[in-house]
Design a protein around this ligand. Structure first.
Ligand SMILES: N[C@@H](CCC(=O)N[C@@H](CS)C(=O)NCC(=O)O)C(=O)O
Length: 233
C-alpha cells in the first residue's frame, strides 16, 4: 500500500466531493487519516486550510492544503503516480476530453440535483428535474461515443469517479422526490454504467455512504430548522 508521509482528508459524511477525493486516494491505495467535519461548526483546521471557500474536501499533504475535489484528484494521481494505474487518461487528447466532461459535470450535475430539493414550487422542481435529465442525456451521449463499459474505457477512471461520486445522492433524491433520475428507459447506457460503477471496488471500499444517509441528513436539517425544510416526500 502506498502512502508514506502525512496525509489527511477533511470531509463530511454526505459530501459527494469528499467521496470523490476519497475514491482517488483509494484507487492509489494511499493511507490517509479521514477527518469528518461538522459543517455547522467547522474546525479551525478547515477554516485555516480553505480560507477562500471554507468547504470540504481539503487534502492536507505534509501540512500543505490542496482544495477543490477535482484538483485533489489530479494531485493524488501525480504525487502517487507509481502507486497504481493513472486515474486521468495519459493520452493528452483523452485527458483534455475527460477534463471537459469533468468540468461539465461539476458545473451542471450538482446544481441541478441540489436545486431539486431547494425548489420552492412544483414548477421550479420540474425545471430542475428537466436540467438533470439534460445533463444525464449528455453523459449518455458521451458513453455512446466511447462505446466502452466505463467513461474511461474498460476500467474505472477519472470521469467515472467524477460522476460516480454523485450516484448515492441521485438514488436518495429519486426516493425523496419520487422521480427516477437514473432511468433505464430513458438513458439505458447511463443506467447500465451506474450499475457497473456501483459494483466496482472503488464504489464498495467503504467510502460511499448509503442513500439513507442523505435522507437522514435532510431529516436532521429539517428538525434543526423546520422553516427551511425541503419538500421531500
Ligand atoms: N467545488 C467544490 C465543492 C465543495 C463543496 O461544495 N463542499 C460542500 C460540502 S458538499 C461544503 O463544504 N459546504 C460547506 C459550506 O458551504 O459551508 C469541490 O469540488 O471541492
Amino acid at each position: 500500500m502506498a502512502g508514506e508521509g502525512d496525509v489527511k482528508l477533511l470531509g463530511a459524511a454526505v459530501s459527494p466531493f469528499a467521496v470523490l477525493a476519497r475514491m482517488a486516494l483509494e484507487m492509489k491505495g494511499v493511507r490517509y487519516e479521514y477527518v469528518d467535519e461538522d459543517m455547522g461548526n467547522k474546525s479551525e483546521l478547515l477554516l485555516r486550510s480553505n480560507p477562500v471557500h471554507k468547504k470540504v474536501p481539503v487534502l492536507i499533504h505534509h501540512g500543505r492544503p490542496v482544495c477543490e475535489s477535482l484538483a485533489i484528484v489530479e494531485f493524488v494521481d501525480e504525487v502517487w503516480d507509481a502507486a497504481g494505474p493513472s486515474i486521468l487518461p495519459t493520452v493528452p487528447y483523452q485527458r483534455a476530453t475527460a477534463r471537459f466532461w469533468a468540468a461539465y459535470t461539476d458545473g451542471k450535475l450538482f446544481p441541478a440535483y441540489f436545486g431539486i430539493q431547494r425548489a420552492a414550487t412544483e414548477t421550479e422542481r420540474a425545471e430542475k428535474v428537466r436540467e438533470m435529465v439534460e445533463v444525464i442525456s449528455q453523459l449518455e451521449a458521451a458513453l455512446a461515443n466511447g462505446k466502452k463499459p466505463f467513461f474511461a474505457g474498460d476500467r474505472v477512471g477519472y470521469l467515472d469517479i467524477v460522476v460516480g461520486c454523485h450516484l448515492f445522492w441521485l438514488e436518495a433524491f429519486s426516493g425523496m422526490f419520487g422521480v427516477a433520475l437514473v432511468d433505464a428507459s430513458k438513458t439505458p447506457l447511463f443506467a447500465a454504467w451506474a450499475e457497473r460503477f456501483g459494483e466496482d471496488e472503488v464504489a464498495s471500499k467503504g467510502v460511499v455512504p448509503g442513500a439513507d444517509k442523505v435522507v437522514e441528513y435532510f431529516k436532521k436539517k429539517r428538525q434543526d430548522n423546520p422553516a427551511a425544510g425541503t419538500a421531500a416526500k
